[in-house]
Design a protein around this ligand. Sequence first.
Ligand SMILES: Nc1ncnc2c1ncn2[C@@H]1O[C@H](COP(=O)(O)OP(=O)(O)OP(=O)(O)O)[C@@H](O)[C@H]1O
Ligand SMILES: [Mg+2]
Length: 253
Amino acid sequence: MDGQSNCTTISPASWELSAASESAEQKWYKPILSVHSDAFGNKHVYKAFRFSRGLLGRYFLFLASHEFNMLKRVEHLDFTPDQISRGSDNLPTIKYRLIEGTPIKGIAGKNRIPEGFFSALFNDVRVLHQNGVVHMDLGNSGNILVSQEGRPIIIDFGSAVPLNRLPSGVRSWALKKDLLGVLKLWQRFDSESLPPSLLRYFHRNYRKNIYTPKRFFKAVRKQLNKNEARLDGSGLTTVISLFIGLLVLVSLA
Ligand SMILES: Nc1ncnc2c1ncn2[C@@H]1O[C@H](COP(=O)(O)OP(=O)(O)OP(=O)(O)O)[C@@H](O)[C@H]1O
Ligand SMILES: [Mg+2]
């Protein structure tokens, strides 16, 4: 990979990315993430898709260049990765400075969430929007890191969109989707600090996304199970009413 020849690869086993990289290796469409450090000890994350040729290669090149462009728009913010670059325009790879942190999904137990973490994240997302970018995948707990100082860091701008490209109706839906993504994580990981007004807003507006095949089938299965239970229930009601009816007939005879 271009730009990596002077870098020393850090064994992923010694770093938080290891688990993510191992599982990502099983899926061909997921990028491989690795951390490299240069001669001065500066560490960078390399995100590389597997294919660079053919139709699939073109698609991954597009993904890499899209994420690069989105990151470039927001790299000056203090909660996003900076020093963004691409190894080469012909490779589906991006590189950015490593911010040492732990994905929020890796933080077990509520009491390890730093105080004020989610309200800071909520404000950061508003700042992101003021800078013209909507993230679109904030409900994914792998995309929010807790930095070593306990600050939120937003990564993975692969699904991000420039706000000015969206028609106004879609724009307000996208802004809302980002805020609801944060609220989803807030209530999951630190519900006690979630203000009641935001919790109400969340319950009123959050709809689970079923537009992925896996989630869609899960939702269908759940619905079928519900219907089965309802059928069972109505069967039981029929048997009971028949039984009572028979009792009445027998007592009248
Ligand atoms: N600086 C970092 N510190 C710790 N972990 C990181 C860092 N950067 C990335 N990761 C881990 O690598 C995972 C994958 O990174 P990223 O989200 O950019 O890739 P992706 O494959 O596009 O994600 P997704 O799984 O959402 O499709 C993250 O969910 C996170 O667990
Ligand atoms: Mg991600």
